[in-house]
Ligand binder design. Structure first.
Ligand SMILES: Nc1nc2c(c(=O)[nH]1)N[C@H]1C(S)=C(S)[C@@H](COP(=O)(O)OP(=O)(O)OC[C@H]3O[C@@H](n4cnc5c(=O)[nH]c(N)nc54)[C@H](O)[C@@H]3O)O[C@H]1N2
Ligand SMILES: Nc1nc2c(c(=O)[nH]1)N[C@H]1C(S)=C(S)[C@@H](COP(=O)(O)OP(=O)(O)OC[C@H]3O[C@@H](n4cnc5c(=O)[nH]c(N)nc54)[C@H](O)[C@@H]3O)O[C@H]1N2
Ligand SMILES: [Mo]
Length: 648
């Protein structure tokens, strides 16, 4: 909620009436108003004056910017074809108008025949794994966690990366629920759990099989649910029987007794709610991990019970009318993959970045910088702040922030649609994504009417999907009410009577495909780089967003890497020592924090810092390889092997 006085936003707070957030903001968004007025905000169109990467620009007018862009785009289309243009849309704005699905921008890109863009970087693997099992990645309503009696926080750092869920977990605990964190790091969430299982990274699917092995030995499987709502059980049952607790203990590094006792709890506690989010799918076997974890409630029958099942993302429960207008394309075009910018840039002639910061957030940072430095690449960046990516831009276009534009939002952790009404005029000459593309289309002489639909018209189109979950949710209503729960019952049990698969049944993973070891598990033993690096969400930054905020930077201090005492001793490292974390891809610098929060063989350093504000000019993505995961081409941000040496 924003309080406006004399046309200026003066106060921002969470709305206590909102059922999911209950009035709480996170440490980052608490500073949002301050951030909109930051000294380093980009307010005018800019043209590069120094070498690429230098961040030297001159102010130009919108007219000049649009002229230059029009000429360059036309030239590229004529000489190389439209597919040489890569509209690279990231997660900076997850709104349905200004970002996310990029509906408005995509119409414009289709007129030029530009390549399509697959925003897989965050959850591609997990989405794909869950779809294979359930037919959709949408699962439990996270609000139902309040009803659970056993809660598994699996590869998720709730108190850092999605703290709104915590209140529902507390509600469950008040009624006696037992909470287990499954994470290679003893995170602040693991600290608050009743039990922490420190799992070897990339072995979660094996743990799922081991837990189910105990469920079977307790004869606690839900035979009726298995018979009525699943397929492939006979083979999967054999797969489970092939994973006794002792074998799984060896794979996962978790003591057999702990696996056994959690298996007993799982066998006899209904409902069990599993919160499995993005951490465990940032591995080469990450899609499979989600696919196999999703099999658990199929065996226990938890989907019957409100408060039972798996929650990854609620996005698939959002049935807006997302029409990318392929009819505007003259011919089919290729799709480029967001997490693979390092390797896919070679035949791209225009990289158009919006709501993204590939130089800070994408894998293989050094290769990306080499690509961005190419003289024949025309780079346009629509941005609010002078990121490392902006430093390589030929043209920078100033972008509005949340308090300055319309948007329609959905969460990936709840079932509400939310409306964003602008609270004030944008500063300087900032324009929204939608308005920028409208102006550019007009400037290039395009006449297709839908290119000029207003934000409110676009929002109306989005809501007009005809899906029952949106019936009665009009633009008028959502503007008036601010948020609306989509038409799902409370409590919502999405698969109590069937699954959105072709057969209507949950599909168990086929034989031999229920556990795919990660890259680091497969190669760890004989690598020159023996340590697995995890690069999880930072508490004070949102990916690289907010990582330029002076107060948050001050609180974040210098980068650290968590190292177990045994690994530190083996290298003669002392607490606080500056080290190089390196592999064949590159290196970044950090200070050692000797800690029993990680096991020997595992090190951790959070994501999100701007490379240019980091010692040595690099963040952990310098050592993250661009390697396709098993599903959804999911990037392995937590699946890289490194060595640590004194920085000298
Ligand atoms: N403060 C803050 N909040 C954020 C973000 C942020 O940058 N900062 N980013 C937002 C975004 S875009 C996303 S996608 C989410 C991401 O947030 P999460 O879904 O929580 O994902 P991560 O932080 O990548 O990883 C979560 C946990 O998984 C653990 N993990 C790593 N490898 C494994 C494994 O093999 N097995 C298991 N069991 N656990 C593993 C990590 O140690 C980490 O503690 O958070 C969102 N919220
Ligand atoms: N090492 C490591 N790297 C990771 C991850 C990890 O776990 N480890 N996680 C990955 C994940 S989960 C994600 S989602 C990606 C995120 O990667 P990106 O999608 O690139 O997100 P950000 O780095 O936050 O950069 C978003 C930029 O968009 C800008 N922005 C915000 N709102 C708007 C807007 O309305 N319009 C415009 N034009 N710009 C806007 C912000 O200022 C910011 O600079 O990072 C990935 N990178
Ligand atoms: Mo993400």
């Amino acid at each position: 909620m924003v309080t406006v006085e004399n046309g200026k936003a003066v106060k921002l707070r969470g709305n206590p009436d909102q059922p999911y957030t209950r009035g709480a903001l996170c440490v980052k968004v608490n500073r949002y108003l301050e951030h909109t007025r930051a000294d380093d905000r980009i307010l005018y169109p800019l043209r590069r004056t120094g070498p690429k990467g230098s961040g030297q620009f001159e102010r130009i007018t919108w007219e000049e910017a649009l002229d230059e862009i029009s000429v360059r785009l036309r030239g590229i289309v004529e000489e190389h074809g439209g597919e040489a243009i890569w509209p690279y849309l990231g997660t900076g704005s997850l709104g349905y108008l200004q970002g996310c699905e990029g509906v408005a921008g995509r119409r414009f890109w289709n007129m030029l025949g530009a390549s399509k863009h697959w925003l897989n970087i965050c959850s591609g693997a997990g989405n794909s794994g869950l779809k294979r099992t359930n037919g959709t990645a949408g699962g439990m309503d996270p609000e139902n966690f309040a009803l659970a009696r056993l809660i598994l926080l699996w590869g998720t750092n709730t108190l850092t990366s999605g703290h709104h869920l915590w209140k529902f977990i507390q509600d469950a605990r008040a009624d006696g629920a037992y909470v287990v964190a499954i994470d290679p790091i003893r995170t602040r969430t693991a600290d608050q759990a009743d039990e922490h299982l420190p799992i070897r990274p990339g072995t979660d699917a094996a743990l799922a099989l081991g837990l189910l092995n105990v469920v079977l030995s307790e004869n606690a499987q839900d035979e009726e649910f298995l018979a009525e709502h699943t397929e492939g059980w006979a083979d999967f049952r054999q797969e489970i029987l092939d994973h006794p607790v002792e074998r799984v203990a060896e794979i996962t590094g978790i003591p057999a007794a702990a696996i056994h006792s959690l298996g007993i709890r799982l066998a006899h506690t209904r409902p069990t709610a599993i919160r499995a989010t993005h951490g465990l799918q940032r591995h080469q076997g990450g899609g499979t991990a989600l696919r196999t974890i999703a099999a658990i409630p199929g065996v226990t029958g938890d989907w019957r019970h409100p408060g039972g099942g798996v929650a990854f993302s609620t996005s698939d429960h959002v049935h807006l009318n997302i029409d990318r207008r392929d009819d505007l394309l003259a011919e089919p075009v290729r799709t480029l993959v967001m997490s693979k910018v390092a390797s896919q840039l070679d035949d791209v002639k225009c990289l158009w970045v919006y709501a993204a910061n590939p130089a800070g957030s994408s894998p293989d940072a050094n290769a990306i910088k080499r690509g961005l430095a190419r003289e024949d690449l025309f780079t346009v960046v629509m941005e609010q702040f002078p990121t490392d990516t902006v430093d390589y831009a030929d043209i920078v276009l100033p972008a509005t922030m949340q308090t300055e534009h319309y948007d329609l939002h959905a969460g990936y952790g709840h079932l509400y649609l939310l409306w964003n009404e602008p609270a004030e005029q944008p500063p300087g000459e900032c324009l929204s994504t939608t308005e920028t593309f409208r102006r550019l289309a007009a400037h290039m002489g395009m006449t297709e009417p839908s290119l000029f639909d207003s934000d409110l018209e676009l929002a109306e189109q989005l809501l007009a999907s005809g899906h029952p979950s949106l019936e009665g949710i009009t633009l008028d209503r959502i503007r008036k009410e601010g948020w609306v729960r989509m038409n799902y019952p409370t409590p919502f049990t999405p698969f109590a009577t069937g699954f959105p698969t072709p057969s209507g049944r949950l599909r168990f993973p086929p034989t031999g495909k229920a556990y795919v070891p990660s890259h680091s598990v497969r190669t760890g033993g004989n690598s020159a780089y023996p340590l697995v690096l995890i690069t999880p969400a930072a508490h004070l930054f949102l990916n690289t967003t907010f990582a330029n905020n002076p107060e948050l930077r001050r609180r974040a201090k210098d980068p650290v890497v968590l190292v177990n005492q045994a690994d530190a001793a083996a290298r003669g490292l002392v607490d606080g020592q500056r080290v190089r974390v390196h592999n064949d891809g590159g290196e970044f610098l950090a200070d050692v924090e000797i800690s029993d929060r990680v096991a020997a063989g595992v090190v951790a350093s959070p994501k999100g810092r701007w490379p240019k504000f980091s010692p040595g000019g690099a963040n952990p993505n310098a050592v993250v390889a661009e390697r396709d995961g098993d599903m959804g081409k999911g990037p392995g941000f937590h699946d890289n092997l490194v060595e640590i040496s004194p920085a000298s």
